[in-house]
Design a protein around this ligand. Structure first.
Ligand SMILES: C[S@@+](CC[C@H](N)C(=O)[O-])C[C@H]1O[C@@H](n2cnc3c(N)ncnc32)[C@H](O)[C@@H]1O
Ligand SMILES: [Zn+2]
Length: 304
């Protein structure tokens, strides 16, 4: 939920003007419930519904961009991701063993990542925050953005927005977090550029991302990648004819290189660690403090 003074840091995500006309139509418990934000410079409207301002630029405002095709592809993948996440929740509720195993790995990764970050404080922005699950690891004023609304009534200022078009004034935050989002965005370059813009001098960016290995390694699936799969296949085969069919299907999919499997349904990019570090260096040379690759996951800490 956002309060009136949370909106003081907002700018138009498209033209970055701070000349916004904010019309509030209703409040619930002192938080804004319904309203409208209008950029008086470029005349674009952004709605506030159920306490959440939608600051995603309307697709029409991107029409002149040569990468409009990419945005359409992104939108499709975003819907796929939403579907994938819902299915996952259902399976988790039913106690699906594979999902529970993945959850243990996810929690291990999160613990290691936040140990690596040490202490995230000040005015904090999380880009691609999902339901704000990382908030508990932060020690300051937490703000989250994500193009998908995952939870009702978030207990922190949440905006529907995207990393390439951040709706915040220059130098608004001390810390920026991005976990598992860079392979979902249209432009890693623009997300990093926007992050540096809204970060204060001396502030930190903390990134956790899946990274691809080099071409040769991609052609082979490693033993450790196959270990959980073979366990699942045995479980499936034991379930009878339908299980056998399903396991044949998985064998077909997994005979492709890992990078292609990841990319098929919900991912936009395959991140190469060296390319990502080069992008960061473009915006702030000598700013990378620490990089820790954990298998195919990289932890990166950057200072502005
Ligand atoms: C794999 S989830 C990670 C969620 C959370 N950060 C975590 O670690 O659990 C990827 C998230 O990126 C969001 N996302 C996709 N495109 C984005 C964009 N252009 N800008 C910001 N977030 C985006 C998705 O909506 C999704 O919530
Ligand atoms: Zn504008």
């Amino acid at each position: 939920m956002v309060k009136r003074n949370d909106l003081d840091i907002l700018v138009c995500p498209i033209c970055k003007s701070s000349e916004l006309k904010i019309d509030i139509l209703s409040f619930v418990n002192k938080a804004i419930h319904e309203g409208e934000i209008i950029c008086t410079s470029c005349n674009v409207f952004f709605k506030i519904e159920n306490g959440i301002p939608n600051m995603i630029p309307p697709i029409l405002s991107l029409i002149n961009r040569e990468d409009l095709k990419l945005w359409k592809k992104w939108f499709k993948k975003l819907r796929n991701f939403e579907r994938w996440r819902k299915k996952r929740y259902k399976k988790k509720e039913k106690g699906n063993p594979e999902i529970l195993r993945n959850q243990i790995e996810y929690d291990r990764l999160k613990t290691n990542f936040f140990k690596f970050c040490n202490c995230i404080e000040g005015d904090i922005l999380e880009i691609g925050c999902g339901g704000g699950w990382n908030k508990e690891h932060c020690q300051g004023n937490y703000v989250g953005i994500d193009p998908i609304i995952t939870i009702d009534n978030p207990d922190f200022p949440f905006y529907q927005a995207i990393g390439e078009y951040l709706p915040f004034r220059n130098s608004s935050f001390d810390s920026i977090i991005m976990t598992a989002i860079l392979d979902h965005v249209v432009s890693v370059d623009e997300v990093i550029k926007e992050s540096f813009r809204v970060l204060r001098k001396g502030g930190f960016i903390y990134i956790q991302t899946h990274v691809e290995s080099n071409e040769k390694e991609q052609k082979l699936i490693s033993q450790s990648d196959l270990a959980p799969l073979s366990k699942n296949l045995i479980e499936l085969i034991n379930r009878g004819p339908l299980g056998i069919l399903k396991s044949a299907y998985y064998c077909l999919i997994y005979s492709r290189p890992i990078s292609k499997i990841r990319d098929r349904y919900t991912h936009m990019n395959q991140i190469r660690l060296d390319s990502l570090l080069n992008i960061i260096k473009k915006f702030s040379a000598d700013s990378i403090l620490q990089v820790t690759p954990d298998h195919n996951i990289a932890f990166i800490k950057v200072k502005k």
